[in-house]
Design a protein around this ligand. Structure first.
Ligand code: PLP
Length: 384
């Protein structure tokens, strides 16, 4: 298998898997006061420390959840309710992950008014955002840090400045699931400096699926959306997933401490672009936002529908994405439509996403097979 669908679920970090295996041995309930429970608790708290260090925040600001999806739901539902006094307008964009847009729909059904900031051309319109914040009574802004389709970075500092400049009392949440540890190093602490809350997911950075976290700025008191035994300081009840949490901590620590991870991703992307330009020429079109993460890239193969290319590559043992694997309805990609790239581009677009555990040779094979996919398409067209 050659795997370039790391933005859907990244190749797990072997050391994170080792941590998971170790944690499986500590099967006691981390809330139990006996020694075995305390050992499991120790693993949870150790991982919290590592995740907090990677995000550059305090460990008391990290709350483990079952996923990035749950963290987004928790932040958005809780903050809109908490900040009702500021107004009933909630702000986001059509480029967000369904765990944000669907939660917005649930709030709209309760009477909130949603405003969507344009992302024409693939990037957020900051002027429109500031005007909206000035003219509307906004209680919540939710804008992602890095887009899972086209890699565009939203500058969280600029969003915060727009909120301040408008004199708005809006709270600010960011889905940093794709941005965490992937944005340029100068932006590493942006979520903590400029957001009230931010959501993370372990399986995008080499951890396991089914574990995420919400950063909640110190002093901000949120209400739970899941009730029960009061774990995670009462914000998220449910016995902690010690195995997933331990692997998350290790994955976050390694990704943040080992500089070669980012460098490798950047290098693989560069090689991919270079080789694609050489081998595919005019047949390949890229949409690259000015400010972007290197972990993924969107490419369109002229006249080859996404599914055809993806299935062809799959038959050769290569995994890429034709649209977000997280999209609830196959074939519908509202983010790409919102970017206004055009139907022709969108219907033949592929998302290639890189991991530090991919190799340069794999990139070369991928580009060669993309060329074969083009030839295969041309042959099929002639035969029709
Ligand atoms: N937000 C973004 C931008 C994502 O790409 C994803 C998953 O693809 C999520 C949220 C959801 O994370 P999880 O899979 O942990 O629910």
């Amino acid at each position: 298998m050659i795997y370039f669908d790391n933005s859907a679920s990244a190749i797990p970090n072997p050391m994170a898997l080792e941590s998971a295996a170790e944690a499986m041995k500590h099967f006691a309930n981390p809330s139990s006061p006996h020694f075995a429970g305390l050992e499991a608790r120790g693993m949870v708290e150790e991982a919290r420390k590592k995740a907090a260090a990677a995000l550059v925040c305090s460990q008391t600001e990290i709350f483990f959840t079952s996923s990035g999806t749950e963290a987004n739901n928790m932040a958005i539902l809780s903050m809109a309710d908490k900040n009702k006094r500021a107004g009933n307008v909630i702000v986001t964009s059509h480029a967000e992950h369904p765990s944000v847009t669907e939660t917005f729909k649930a709030l709209e059904a309760k009477g909130y008014k949603a405003v969507f900031i344009p992302v024409e051309g693939g990037e957020l319109d900051y002027d429109f955002l500031e005007k909206t914040l000035k003219s509307e009574k906004v209680c919540l802004v939710s804008l992602m840090q890095a887009n899972n389709q086209n890699a565009a970075i939203t500058d969280l500092k600029e969003v915060r400045e727009a909120i301040t400049a408008a004199g708005s009392n809006a709270l600010f949440h960011s889905d940093i699931v794709q941005g965490f540890l992937k944005v340029p190093e100068s932006m590493t602490d942006y979520a903590v400096r400029y957001c009230d809350t931010a959501s993370l997911s372990a399986h995008k950075i080499g951890g396991l699926k089914g574990i995420g976290a919400l950063f909640v700025r110190k002093g901000l008191k949120l209400s739970p959306i899941i009730f029960g035994g009061g774990q995670e300081t009462g914000l998220r009840s449910g016995t902690e997933n010690v195995v997933g949490i331990a692997a998350f901590g290790t994955a976050a620590r390694l990704f943040s401490a080992d500089k070669s991870y980012r460098a490798k991703i950047t290098r693989l992307r560069e090689i991919f672009i270079e080789k694609s330009k050489d081998l595919l020429g005019e047949a390949a079109d890229f949409k690259i936002p000015k400010s972007h993460i290197d972990a993924l890239i969107n490419i369109s193969l002229k006249n080859v529908k996404s599914e055809v290319a993806m299935n062809y590559l799959s038959s050769k043992g290569i995994c890429v994405s034709s649209s977000s694997a997280c999209s609830s309805k196959a074939g519908e990609n509202t983010a790409l439509a919102a970017f206004g790239y055009g139907d022709e581009y969108n219907s033949s677009s592929l998302r290639i996403s890189f991991s530090p555990f991919n190799t340069e040779e794999e990139v070369e094979i991928l580009v060669r097979e993309l060329k074969n996919a083009l030839a295969f398409r041309i042959k099929r067209n002639k035969a029709k």
